[in-house]
Design a protein around this ligand. Structure first.
Ligand SMILES: *[C@@H]1O[C@H](CO)[C@@H](O)[C@H](O)[C@H]1NC(C)=O
Ligand SMILES: *[C@@H]1O[C@H](CO)[C@@H](O)[C@H](O)[C@H]1NC(C)=O
Ligand SMILES: *[C@@H]1O[C@H](CO)[C@@H](O)[C@H](O)[C@H]1NC(C)=O
Ligand SMILES: *[C@@H]1O[C@H](CO)[C@@H](O)[C@H](O)[C@H]1NC(C)=O
Ligand SMILES: *[C@@H]1O[C@H](CO)[C@@H](O)[C@H](O)[C@H]1NC(C)=O
Ligand SMILES: *[C@@H]1O[C@H](CO)[C@@H](O)[C@H](O)[C@H]1NC(C)=O
Ligand SMILES: *[C@@H]1O[C@H](CO)[C@@H](O)[C@H](O)[C@H]1NC(C)=O
Ligand SMILES: *[C@@H]1O[C@H](CO)[C@@H](O)[C@H](O)[C@H]1NC(C)=O
Ligand SMILES: *[C@@H]1O[C@H](CO)[C@@H](O)[C@H](O)[C@H]1NC(C)=O
Ligand SMILES: *[C@@H]1O[C@H](CO)[C@@H](O)[C@H](O)[C@H]1NC(C)=O
Ligand SMILES: *[C@@H]1O[C@H](CO)[C@@H](O)[C@H](O)[C@H]1NC(C)=O
Ligand SMILES: *[C@@H]1O[C@H](CO)[C@@H](O)[C@H](O)[C@H]1NC(C)=O
Length: 715
């Protein structure tokens, strides 16, 4: 009885399974032959076959990788062995596909979703791609397509159109909108579109995200854009837009993100933000805006990020922090703001990052900053501030402070050494170029999490204390251009983060750039994030004596070592050749003697090297990077070799005087070629310096925007 029952169960289950298989195979479509041909044609235009594609993989293209088919409903009765399938999805992203896109797309008329992003496809856009009646999503982002977008398009089902990060040119393809009124996402960013925005975007009335960033567009924000009431994100940054900002921007009440930085917008920022109750990001730095921050903006409760640096804004900073309850990032640097130091900022309860650098306030840092517990990043460099003791006394109460930039203030003041000051969370401290007097401040020792310390360009004296070697995470140390004396503390050669830079160091990411002077050339280097600062030890321009520790060999991760303009003596340790990541080694203007260790040719990353103005003698090593260094790297020494005097040859036959004359002539030639390179390099550096100088004065509206539209794309 039980056995028979069981048997019935087994039979029933088997039958069900069989049915399921039959049903499955009915639903498993077989590729329509014309779709199959189209895909094969597509593949034949690529430079190499697509993995998981081809008739030898499967005769059914619906089984190919990244291909999804759907049974065509218009086909015959269900009892056919299998239904005919049409390709509806094609996804080949990050497949290193190179070559052209063929025009066979027209045949894939059921295609709804096409994602070929992140490949190396080039050529122009095939016209057939813009005539697919069912296409909803097109993503060709991050390829190498070029040329103009074809002028006719009918994509009635389109919702997402992303051709960003290519090299398309010509005028902006707004005509897409005429036949694709349901489009929600239009991303044309990072291409070479030029000229003004032509009329036509107004038909894209459902548009939510529109990005035109990083093109070469000119003129104003078109009338059409100002009617797109559904927009949540509008990105216009890094173009050449100009003129005043239209009041009607305030009609875009659904905007969450409005980005217009690095353009040439002029006039005042209109006071139209009352109705923009969802706006979280207003990114408008590096324009030519004048006048004050409008009151509707300084009272906007939804605002999280406000960046207006590099404009010509004036007036006092009257942010109303009782309204700005969501503000996290505030960057108002490089403007002409005046009036008192904004006292109310600590009442912005979420505010973490503040840049006020290069403005001119009439009062010092207010006492209210003692309660600024959310503050993590503060830059107030170059503001003609005074009374550094008071400033440090107040700021030490900011319990969350990790980055503090005070550079170019407090000129000629005495830097308090007071060990009772305490900045326990500080990771970055920059107090450079202020001619501060005193010695190495003892309170710095308590900043145990320090990763970057820049005290360059002051008048600090005394010895460099040995506790400088105690910082576990310090990877950037700049004490250059001070008055330090005595030996280099050997403990520097034991800094753990320079021996092996621990990648797990948690660096606070922030949006603010930090500027610092370049080491060997004049000019200014800009690092966007301090994580990209190269690991550095710069002690140049002091009065340090003694010799260079052979233990510098430990610092395998240092990329820049500068000990120039000191009183160092002794020889160059052979062991420096073990500093395998060294890119810059500057030992010039010291009293070093002996010869250059030939082992230094093993420093394969070394690109800047100088031992000029020392008592060195002997031959200059040959080979490796040494063949690339200019003669100025060796001038003012008794070194000999290709760059300067030829080595006394052991062949002393009569012709040798003549020979050496000719030789030095030809090396003069080589020298002048190299000097030319140096001069060009220098001029470039100075040009950067001048631009920054102009910004500092606040005259930022004479900027030249250069655009190289064959820019290599970083994807
Ligand atoms: C394949 O698709 C084409 C349309 O491109 C259609 O004309 C043809 O009938 C389809 N073939 C089959 C077997 O369904
Ligand atoms: C299929 O054929 C192509 C050449 O047509 C070849 O490159 C590919 O390796 C073959 N694939 C398989 C799985 O055999
Ligand atoms: C791509 O197209 C160009 C012309 O449009 C042609 O010269 C080139 O040979 C094509 N490349 C391939 C791989 O088909
Ligand atoms: C397309 O592919 C990329 C990369 O895999 C992915 O990030 C994206 O979400 C996909 N979908 C669309 C709609 O672009
Ligand atoms: C398109 O693909 C890229 C990845 O290559 C992705 O970052 C982007 O978000 C996609 N676009 C859309 C609209 O989903
Ligand atoms: C819109 O589609 C129609 C019909 O396909 C076509 O005639 C017209 O040229 C299209 N418009 C544009 C701007 O491509
Ligand atoms: C677009 O770029 C091509 C080269 O890729 C160039 O020949 C053409 O002149 C450019 N067109 C415009 C309008 O800039
Ligand atoms: C919409 O597109 C049509 C062409 O189809 C064009 O004539 C009209 O000017 C467009 N309207 C707007 C508001 O852009
Ligand atoms: C559209 O914009 C919103 C708001 O900025 C953003 O959160 C969302 O990721 C964007 N969507 C696309 C596809 O870019
Ligand atoms: C758009 O903004 C302007 C100026 O702010 C205003 O006069 C107009 O009524 C607004 N239009 C709509 C539809 O809100
Ligand atoms: C201080 O920083 C910590 C960690 O970044 C964060 O969780 C905390 O909320 C911050 N404190 C305040 C008052 O913002
Ligand atoms: C500020 O403006 C100057 C001049 O236009 C420019 O060179 C600089 O890169 C800008 N700074 C930033 C951080 O955008």
């Amino acid at each position: 009885m039980g056995v028979r029952h069981l048997l019935w169960v087994v039979v029933a289950i088997s039958w069900l399974c069989l049915q399921a298989r039959v049903l499955h195979s009915l639903e498993d479509p077989v590729c329509n032959s014309s779709d199959s041909e189209a895909l094969l044609d597509l593949m034949s235009n690529f430079e190499s076959p697509v993995d998981g594609w081809g008739l030898n993989v499967s005769a059914n293209c619906c089984d190919w990788q990244g291909v999804v088919c759907e049974s065509s409903s218009s086909l015959g009765p269900r009892d056919r062995p299998s239904s005919s399938g049409r390709v509806v999805e094609l996804v080949l992203t990050s497949k290193k596909l190179a070559g052209n896109l063929s025009d066979s797309f027209g045949k894939l008329d059921q295609l709804k979703f096409l994602n070929l992003s992140h490949n190396f496809l080039r050529s122009t856009l095939p016209e057939s791609l813009l005539h697919l009646p069912n296409l909803q999503v097109l993503n060709l982002s991050c390829n190498k397509f070029s040329g103009p977008v074809p002028k006719s398009a009918s994509l009635p089902s389109l919702r997402v159109f992303d051709i960003s990060k290519n090299s398309f040119n010509g005028s902006l393809p707004v005509w897409i909108c005429a036949n694709s009124t349901g489009i929600q996402v239009l991303n044309l960013a990072f291409n070479c579109f030029s000229d003004v925005i032509p009329p036509g975007l107004g038909n894209c009335s459902s548009l939510q995200n529109l990005s035109l960033a990083k093109n070469s567009l000119t003129g104003g924000i078109s009338e059409d854009i100002l009617t797109l009431g559904q927009l949540v994100q509008l990105s216009l940054q890094e173009n050449s837009f100009s003129g005043p900002l239209d009041l009607r921007i305030g009609n875009l009440t659904k905007l969450v993100q409005l980005e217009m930085s690095t353009n040439r917008f002029t006039g005042s920022i209109p006071d139209v933000f009352q109705k923009m109750k969802k706006l979280q990001y207003f990114i408008a730095h590096a324009n030519c805006f004048t006048g004050p921050i409008p009151s509707s903006l300084s009272n906007l409760p939804s605002l999280r990020v406000l960046t207006l640096f590099n404009n010509s804004l004036t007036g006092r900073i009257g942010l109303n922090c009782s309204s700005l309850s969501s503000l996290e990032i505030l960057d108002l640097g490089s403007n002409n703001f005046g009036g008192p130091f904004p006292e109310d900022l600590p009442n912005c309860r979420q505010l973490q990052k503040v840049n006020l650098a290069r403005n001119k306030f009439t009062t010092p840092i207010p006492q209210s900053f003692k309660n600024f517990s959310s503050l993590a990043y503060l830059s107030i460099s170059n503001m003609s501030l005074s009374n550094i003791s008071s400033a440090l006394g107040i700021l030490q109460h900011c319990s969350n402070l990790t980055v503090l930039v005070l550079t170019l203030n407090y000129f000629d003041e005495e830097l308090p050494g007071d060990a009772s000051l305490s900045f326990p969370k500080l990771e970055v401290l920059m107090m450079a170029r202020s001619r501060l007097r005193g010695s190495m401040p003892r309170w710095v020792r308590g900043c145990t999490r320090l990763q970057l310390l820049d005290l360059s360009g002051n008048r600090l004296g005394g010895t460099i204390p040995s506790w400088i070697g105690d910082f576990q995470s310090l990877f950037y140390l700049d004490l250059s251009k001070n008055s330090f004396v005595g030996e280099i503390p050997k403990e520097i050669t034991g800094l753990p983060a320079l021996i092996h830079r621990n990648m797990s160091i948690s660096v606070p990411s922030h949006v603010f750039p930090i500027f610092r002077p370049r080491n060997m050339n004049s000019g200014v280097l800009k690092y966007k994030r301090f994580t990209s600062f190269p690991s550095t030890v710069d002690l140049g321009g002091n009065s340090l004596d003694g010799s260079i520790w052979p233990e510098f060999r430990n610092l395998k991760d240092v990329r820049i070592l500068v000990l120039s303009y000191n009183l160092l003596s002794g020889s160059i340790p052979d062991s420096l050749s073990e500093m395998s990541n060294l890119e810059t080694l500057n030992l010039s203007y010291n009293h070093l003697s002996g010869s250059i260790p030939t082992s230094l040719v093993r420093l394969t990353f070394l690109s800047k090297f100088s031992v000029a103005h020392n008592n060195l003698s002997g031959p200059i090593p040959t080979g490796g990077q040494f063949s690339t260094f200019p003669s100025s790297s060796f001038e003012g020494t008794k070194l000999c070799g290709d760059h300067c005097a030829p080595c006394p040859a052991n062949h002393s036959h009569p012709g040798s005087a003549n020979y050496s004359k000719n030789h030095s002539k030809s090396s003069d030639h080589a020298m002048s070629d190299r000097n030319l390179g140096m001069i060009i390099g220098l001029a470039f550096g100075m040009a950067i310096g001048i631009t920054l100088g102009a910004t500092r004065i606040g005259d930022s509206c004479l900027r030249v925007i250069t655009r190289f539209c064959n820019h290599p794309k970083s994807c």
